[in-house]
Every structure is written in structure tokens, then in C-alpha cells.
Design a binder for this molecule. Structure first.
Ligand SMILES: Nc1ncnc2c1ncn2[C@@H]1O[C@H](COP(=O)(O)OP(=O)(O)O)[C@@H](O)[C@H]1O
Ligand SMILES: O=P(O)(O)O[C@H]1O[C@H](CO)[C@@H](O[C@H]2O[C@H](CO)[C@@H](O)[C@H](O)[C@H]2O)[C@H](O)[C@H]1O
Length: 470
């Protein structure tokens, strides 16, 4: 079984270590979930896999809910892993008879081997039986989520790291301080132990059915704008009021996280350490993307400016990977999802306090992505039409400014009032994105690379003025 999984894992979207060569896969834990083989149903097992690599670097752990059946219904075929001893073995994510067990198990407070299924204290109770539908969410994601009865979202954290997952911890923290209005309600979780420490296998949230994700909304707005050919402030596709509202929401979530987990002030030494991380990230990115070499000196100018001129930075727990795909627009509000931080981050990195401007920079980058996404669509000319490019730039700038204004309305401070730090964070995020895209979606890499080129040019042409950043 281990060698079968070793061959199967690298092909899975959620397998994070794409660039490393697997040495060995062993089953770290095996939790029997159900055995209905005798009456034509599935046998379900939750496997925790220990993955070692030939480079001798850090071990990683992944979970795979496995199903075994004598005959596989067609809907489960995409998940097939192998045929084993007369049974078909498959990733059980699409199997309602297995996924519903988590929902019902949480409702009943069941313990299965090392796995504890726990209802969230004070939350709306989950059903103990009778779940009729279960469908994989079917969106681009780093983990795997399933929608049950169009009402509950069961999210399996594929790569397991010891410690309570931040996607559970931070929404809980917000609830403690009465600030959970901007996140989907957490209803339950699956907990276990890994390396002797608690680990979160999965969470159940309220599925927000009547919502549009920010990324799709932004793309729609840009499309409308280009179809009309009017400047964004006169066109139907203007996103500024949504961006302003989103800025307010993000500021409120930051205020909630600060109330719940506190803040600290980072002095010069701490700032130098943070800039050191940015330099390390850039150096690693340059090893993977040689075209970054020509911009490195300019980016370093801004990093040095932060080190030498920024006296102190207030830090706190933040979202960690905020972008338009992580926000949902309901009829009344914006909600934030996925507090896990950047997918490749270690648990220690995820727990670290950061400047809230890191999230602001993530969202500002996202407006830039949405505005320019049209230019990387298949069939689009390699050199964009200058008029379309001008409109896209204007859409991005208006959305960024409106977001900052909304943020300032609620927090009392405009992110643009910290131009050096904001610019360094924007550059750092774009460097992260360049690596992410090169690894996962090479066609998209030109989006952050174009931004890095632009930042480098702006930095080289003089020091940025406070409100002139975006
Ligand atoms: N509670 C929810 N209700 C509705 N849609 C959701 C919910 N949580 C997440 N989503 C959608 O699913 C997508 C992926 O979720 P996310 O938590 O970001 O997964 P991952 O950590 O695997 O990337 C989000 O971009 C959002 O559009
Ligand atoms: O949502 P995840 O936590 O998996 O975040 C990762 O994937 C994102 C893409 O799905 C990636 O975001 C980048 O692309 C988005 C559009 O698809 C864009 O809105 C973001 O601004 C851009 O960073 C994210 O960086 C990565 O960590």
C-alpha cells in the first residue's frame, strides 16, 4: 500500500511538496471509520501518512480518508487510487457514506480510535443522521472541502501540522470577543494527536450558500468595465464601493483579533528580523526564478529603507494569506474564510504575530491580479491593448484606494500612512506569488512578475510619497 500511495500523492493538488522527491510513505495512524462491505457499502479508514523525502529535509504528514468497495459507483471513479485484494481503493472525499460520518459523528460526540469528533460549544447542533447530499466543493483549493446537504462545509486539512489549526483557532478567538460576525460559523471539528501534540483533522462550518466569492465578483466587474469601455468611475463595473466595504470588514476582523489575542510593538531589532525574512524569501525566489535577479537591487532599497527608517511596528495575529478568493459577499456583508495562512507556512510561522498591513498588502495585490487576469487568459494577445491596460490599471488603483479608505474608516489609520512598510509588504507578497505561480500555475506567473517589475521601477525612480503609493 505504501508504494501505491507514494506514486499517487505527488499527483494530488493538495500535496504541497511538489518539488521534493518522496523517499518513503508510511502509515502513521489508521482510524477505522466504518465497515459496511458485507452489505454492499464502503469500508472507510482515515489514514495519516508520514512522508519522508530523499533530500533528508523535514518530514510532512498528510491525511487521506480512504474508501474500499467491491464495486465503485461511477461518481467515485475520479478518486480511484488502486485495486487491492479484490477491492477498489479510493480517496473517499466524494463518498457521502463516509463524509456524512463526520457530521453525524460530531453531532453524537463520537470517538473513533484516536479521532475525536467534537461539536463546537454553543454552536447550532449538527444532524445525527439523514444527510442526503455530499459534494466536493470543486474549487481551486489547497485543502479539500465537501458540502453536505448544501448547508454544512466539511473541510479536511490535507497537510497536518501538530497544533490546533488556525482556521479553527482564529474564528474561535473572534467569537470569544464577540467579533465572529465576519466569519462563517464553526460548528464542529475532528481532533486527534500527531507526534504527541493535538492536531486538527477537519472542521465543519456553516456553508454560506447565498454568497459570491470576491474573486469572481472582481473578475465580473473588470469584464463589465472592459465591455463598456468607460473609465471605472463612470462604468457599471465599478468595484470601489465593494472594495471600501471590504476594507471596513477587514479592519473590523483585525480589531477583533487584536482584542482576542493582543498586540505587541516591534522595535528596530524585530523589524530587522522581519526584513531579514523578506530578504531570505527573495533569495530563495531568485534561485527558482532567475529573472528576479535584475530587480533584486531595487527591492533591496525598500527593504533597507524599512530597516533604517521605520521605528516601530504594531503586530498582532492576522489572517496571513488574505486575497479576493478568501472573501465571500453575502447579501449583507463580506465574510473572511481560511485563516490558515500561506499554504507552505510552518506552524510556527502561522502562529507568529504580524503587521496587519500584511493582510492589507495581500488584498491590494489581489485587486492587481483581478484587474490584469484577462491578459493571461488563453487566446489573449501577448502584448495587451494599451487602452485595456489603462482601464485595468485604473480599476485596480480605484479598488485599492477605496479598500484603504474603508480600512481607515474603521481602524482610524490609513494603511498608506505607512508607505515604506506597505511597499515592502507588497513586494514581499509579489515575490511569494511569483514562486507560488511558477510552481502551481506557470501561466499566471506573469501577473506577480509584472508587478515586481513595476515596483522595482517605482522604487528606482525615487522615494514614494505617502498617499501616492497605489
Ligand atoms: N463556509 C463557506 N461557505 C461557502 N464557501 C466557502 C466557505 N468556506 C470556503 N468557501 C469557498 O471555498 C474556497 C476554498 O476555501 P478555503 O478555506 O480557502 O480552502 P483552502 O484552504 O483549501 O484553500 C474559498 O475560496 C471560498 O470561495
Ligand atoms: O487560497 P490559498 O490559501 O490556497 O492561497 C494560495 O492560492 C491562491 C490561488 O488560489 C493564491 O492567490 C493568488 O491568486 C489569487 C487568484 O486565484 C489572487 O486573488 C491572489 O491575490 C493571489 O495571491 C495565494 O497566493 C496562495 O497562497
Amino acid at each position: 500500500m505504501s508504494w501505491v500511495l507514494a506514486a499517487w500523492l505527488p499527483w494530488q493538488r493538495w500535496f504541497a511538496a511538489k518539488e521534493r522527491i518522496i523517499g518513503e510513505v508510511t502509515v502513521e495512524q489508521r482510524v477505522p471509520l466504518v465497515d459496511r462491505l458485507a452489505d454492499g457499502g464502503p469500508r472507510g479508514i482515515l489514514l495519516t501518512l508520514r512522508v519522508e523525502f530523499t533530500d533528508g529535509g523535514p518530514t510532512e504528514f498528510y491525511q487521506v480518508p480512504i474508501g474500499l468497495r467491491t464495486e465503485l459507483p461511477p461518481a467515485l471513479e475520479p478518486g480511484v487510487i488502486a485495486a487491492l485484494d479484490g477491492l477498489v481503493c479510493y480517496d473517499a472525499l466524494a463518498d457521502r457514506e463516509i463524509t456524512a460520518l463526520f457530521l453525524h459523528g460530531i453531532a453524537a460526540g463520537r470517538t473513533l480510535g484516536d479521532l475525536r469528533l467534537v461539536a463546537e460549544p454553543g454552536a447550532e447542533p449538527l444532524p445525527t443522521s439523514g444527510t442526503r447530499t455530499s459534494r466536493p466543493l470543486g474549487v481551486e483549493q489547497s485543502n479539500s472541502s465537501v458540502v453536505l446537504d448544501e448547508r454544512y462545509l466539511l473541510k479536511f486539512f490535507r497537510r497536518l501540522q501538530p497544533g490546533v489549526n488556525q482556521d479553527l483557532e482564529l474564528p474561535r478567538a473572534l467569537l470569544e470577543v464577540g467579533g465572529a460576525g465576519h466569519v462563517p460559523a464553526i460548528l464542529g471539528s475532528a481532533q486527534g494527536t500527531l507526534d504527541g501534540r493535538p492536531v486538527t483533522y477537519a472542521v465543519v462550518q456553516r456553508y454560506v450558500a447565498n454568497a459570491a466569492d470576491g474573486w469572481s465578483m472582481a473578475l465580473g466587474s473588470v469584464r463589465d468595465l472592459l465591455a463598456g469601455g468607460q473609465p471605472p468611475d463612470q462604468a457599471g463595473g465599478d468595484f470601489a464601493s465593494e472594495a471600501r466595504r471590504l476594507g471596513r470588514t477587514v479592519a473590523e476582523v483585525h480589531a477583533g483579533l487584536a482584542r482576542a489575542r493582543g498586540t505587541r510593538v516591534l522595535g528596530r531589532e524585530g523589524i530587522v528580523a522581519v526584513v531579514g525574512e523578506m530578504r531570505t524569501r527573495l533569495a530563495a525566489a531568485r534561485r527558482a526564478i532567475s529573472t528576479l535577479d535584475r530587480h533584486a537591487a531595487s527591492l533591496d532599497v525598500i527593504f533597507t529603507a524599512v530597516e533604517t527608517s521605520v521605528e516601530e511596528v504594531t503586530i498582532q495575529r492576522v489572517h496571513g494569506d488574505l486575497h479576493l478568493g478568501q472573501v465571500l459577499r453575502t447579501p449583507t456583508d463580506w465574510l473572511l474564510v481560511d485563516f490558515e495562512g500561506e499554504p507552505a507556512a510552518s506552524q510556527d510561522e502561522r502562529l507568529r504575530m504580524r503587521s496587519p498591513l500584511r493582510d492589507v498588502a495581500g488584498m491590494l495585490r489581489s485587486f492587481d491580479y483581478a484587474a490584469h487576469h484577462q491578459f493571461i487568459e488563453p487566446g489573449h494577445p501577448t502584448v495587451p491593448d494599451p487602452a485595456a491596460l489603462r482601464l485595468a490599471d485604473e480599476w485596480s488603483r480605484r479598488s485599492q484606494v477605496a479598500f484603504c479608505e474603508g480600512y481607515a474608516e474603521r481602524s482610524g489609520t490609513d494603511p498608506r500612512d505607512q508607505p515604506l512598510l506597505l511597499r515592502a509588504l507588497l513586494a514581499d507578497k509579489a515575490v511569494y506569488e511569483a514562486v507560488y505561480e511558477t510552481r502551481w500555475r506557470p501561466r499566471w506567473a506573469s501577473l506577480p512578475l509584472a508587478a515586481i517589475r513595476r515596483y522595482a521601477r517605482e522604487i528606482a525612480s525615487g522615494s514614494p510619497r505617502a498617499h501616492d503609493l497605489l
